[in-house]
Structures are given as structure tokens and as C-alpha cells.
Design a protein around this ligand. Structure first.
Ligand code: SAH
Ligand code: SF4
Length: 344
């Protein structure tokens, strides 16, 4: 396999216009005009964790907690399946043990009822044993950000938890053949250029199938409410570098970026992102799933969301795709095919 060892530090210090042009070229060459859609369902905002940055943290008593029933989840998936979606991301806080079996059961039923759907889960940390059970229930992909590639800052933000364990889970996911996604936030306390470079290096080392990054947006009901948001330019530059480092991965233009900057997601699609995740959570629940404040499209339903995204993409000469859209990385790996890495 040809895998050029790219120098992340050198890329980080490169001119933005060069990075942007290169990233867009690589993305169009590998993925074409297609932008893959993932329907995001925030099925519960219950969380036993107390991450300092997050509005869903256990100690935030200012939100109403919910957990959708199997029937509600099925109804929402059915409606969006009929609208054309085939890839569903189920996201939640970290819930207590006894809900685990319920989750496996939901996944099993969804996979049985809706043919050819791909399910991605994003519910926080699980042991290898539980990941195996999730795989057996039908989960195809898993998203869990490492948040920051610095043990000390990670442990501070997550009340003593260890980054090593989080990374171990990512390797477990890969071993169990989940399509694996991770990433980090930009603008966390203690961050500097060196740490951002370490974040990028870790994504490269993990050879991720999906990379989700986004700005940290301070939430008023958290201990980090006094901090500032990062600049959008930083998010753009980091996205472009990631596309160069991981030319065959899927990179979403995240909602947090659209919240930080008007047309933020469109701008990210111009520098290497190739995925959008429209939110299909019913508006009556969506308003209680505020990881950060000012989330966009909070009152929209899925159908208006698709129409709106279609128009946005047309303006930047890209097209919506309902394909399940595995990363080229993952597809090639599973077919024992080789990939060329690096800048041409
Ligand atoms: N509970 C799961 C999934 C939900 S949180 C987990 O923690 O993995 C999903 C992501 O939201 C987190 O990984 C984090 O990167 C992001 N997030 C949380 N609080 C945020 C904030 N204030 N600003 C921006 N992103 C945030
Ligand atoms: Fe819970 Fe995830 Fe928020 Fe942490 S980031 S408090 S685990 S929802």
C-alpha cells in the first residue's frame, strides 16, 4: 500500500488558499458532486455524564429529559425512510445500564423492518463486550469523538476519565469492523497550535472512516459558559487539512459549524466536507437536545430541511445523495483493495 507519511505540522503551517484548493480537488476527485445525507435522530437527551462543555450534562437541571419509545422511533424512521433516507444516525447522551438491552432491541427491530438501512450509533462509551452485542443487533457504524488529543485536558473536561480508554474503544470498533468515526472540538480550553496538530495526527493515525469536527460553542448552563467561540476560519482550515490527510474518509459539514457562521456548512463543503446530517428529531424534542446554544434549524421538520438543503447545494454546484455512502476507505478495506494516499 502506498501511504505517504504526510507532515501534519507542515500542512498546518501552509497557506490556507493552497489547502482549500487541494482539499476541494481531492474531495471532488474521490466523491464527485455527491453530498451524502445522514438522518440524525436524537432519541434521548438523558445522560449520566457531566462533561464540562455540554448542555446535556447531568447537572444541568434546566432541561426536560426525554427518551423516545420504540414506537415513536419506528414511526419517525418510517416517515423518513419513505422520504428516501437510508442512513440513520441515532444519537443520545450516555444512559444508565438498564437501557442497553432496550437499545439493542430497537436496533434489531429497525433493521428487520426497514430493508437496506444503515444504522450509525452515537451514544458515548461502551465496553468491547457491549460493542459486540450492538454489532450483533445490527449497528453498522459508530461515532465517538475523542474530543481532544491531550490526556490532561480530556481528563479535566470529562471529570477524570482517561483519553486512553476512549482511544481503546476506537480500536475496538475497528477490530469489530464497525465503520468508525471520531473527531474533536475546536476551541476547547487549553487548546493551542500544538494540540490542534496532535488532534489532526490522531485522526490520521486512527485512519478514521468518518471524521466529525466542530467548533466548541459555550453553553450558558455549563461551567465553561465564560469562554469564547473559536473563529470560523480555524474550522475551515482544519477541515481542509483533514481532507488532505484522509482523502478517502467521509467528513460531515457539522451543524455546529452552521451555527457558528452563516453558510458555514456550504463553506465547509467547498474545502473537503462531503456529508450533511439533517436532523429528523421532532421539533418538540429537538428543543431539549441542546448540546450548545443557538442550534440552527430547530423548528424545521425533515421535509422542509431536505428542500432547503437541496437549494443550498444547487448554489454550490453539488447534489444531495441518499446513498448509504460508506467511506471509500471502509469499502476498499472490506474488499482487500489498496489505496493511494497523499497529495498528487
Ligand atoms: N453522548 C455522546 C453523543 C452526544 S454528544 C458523546 O458524548 O459521544 C456529541 C458531540 O457533541 C460530542 O462528542 C461533542 O464533541 C459535541 N458537543 C458537546 N457539547 C458541545 C458544545 N458545547 N459545543 C460544540 N459541540 C459540543
Ligand atoms: Fe453526555 Fe455526550 Fe454531553 Fe458528555 S458530551 S454530557 S456524554 S451527551
Amino acid at each position: 500500500m502506498i501511504k505517504v507519511n504526510l507532515n501534519v505540522k507542515e500542512l498546518y503551517n501552509s497557506d490556507f488558499n493552497f489547502l482549500a484548493k487541494e482539499a476541494e480537488y481531492i474531495c471532488l476527485k474521490n466523491y464527485g458532486k455527491k453530498v451524502f445525507l445522514r438522518a440524525l435522530l436524537e432519541f434521548s437527551n438523558e445522560c449520566k455524564m457531566n462533561c464540562l462543555y455540554c448542555g446535556l450534562r447531568k447537572d444541568n437541571r434546566n432541561i426536560k429529559r426525554y427518551f423516545l419509545s420504540v414506537q415513536e422511533i419506528k414511526k419517525i424512521i418510517k416517515k423518513n425512510y419513505l422520504s428516501g433516507f437510508r442512513t440513520f444516525v441515532l444519537q443520545s447522551g450516555e444512559f444508565v445500564n438498564f437501557k442497553f438491552n432496550e437499545l439493542c432491541d430497537i436496533i434489531y427491530k429497525l433493521k428487520k423492518e426497514f430493508k437496506n438501512i444503515t444504522i450509525t450509533l452515537s451514544c458515548g462509551y461502551f465496553t468491547k463486550r457491549k460493542l459486540k452485542l450492538l454489532k450483533e443487533s445490527g449497528v453498522d457504524r459508530y461515532l465517538i469523538r475523542f474530543e481532544v488529543a491531550d490526556e490532561k485536558i480530556y481528563s479535566y473536561l470529562k471529570n477524570g476519565l482517561s483519553l486512553k480508554k476512549r482511544i481503546e474503544m476506537l480500536y475496538n470498533l475497528k477490530e469489530l469492523n464497525f465503520e468508525t468515526g471520531s473527531g474533536f472540538m475546536i476551541g476547547l480550553p487549553g487548546e493551542n497550535d500544538e494540540i490542534l496538530i496532535k488532534n489532526l495526527e490522531l485522526c490520521y493515525k486512527l485512519n478514521l472512516d468518518m471524521i466529525g469536527i466542530g467548533p466548541f460553542i459555550p453553553h450558558p448552563d455549563t461551567p465553561l459558559n465564560y469562554l469564547n467561540k473559536p473563529s470560523f476560519e480555524k474550522v475551515l482550515k482544519i477541515t481542509a487539512i483533514l481532507r488532505i490527510l484522509l482523502p478517502y474518509s467521509n467528513i460531515p459539514a457539522t451543524t455546529a459549524s452552521g451555527t457558528l457562521e452563516p453558510y458555514g456548512r456550504e463553506k465547509l463543503l467547498k474545502v473537503g466536507a462531503n456529508v450533511l446530517m439533517p436532523n429528523i428529531t421532532p421539533p418538540r424534542y429537538k428543543k431539549y437536545y441542546l448540546l450548545y446554544p443557538g442550534k440552527i434549524c430547530i423548528n424545521e421538520n425533515a421535509d422542509t430541511c431536505i428542500l432547503c438543503l437541496k437549494q443550498k447545494l444547487k448554489k454550490i454546484n453539488r447534489e444531495l445523495s441518499f446513498d448509504t455512502g460508506s467511506s471509500i476507505n471502509f469499502t476498499m478495506k472490506n474488499n482487500n483493495l489498496e489505496l493511494n494516499y497523499g497529495i498528487n
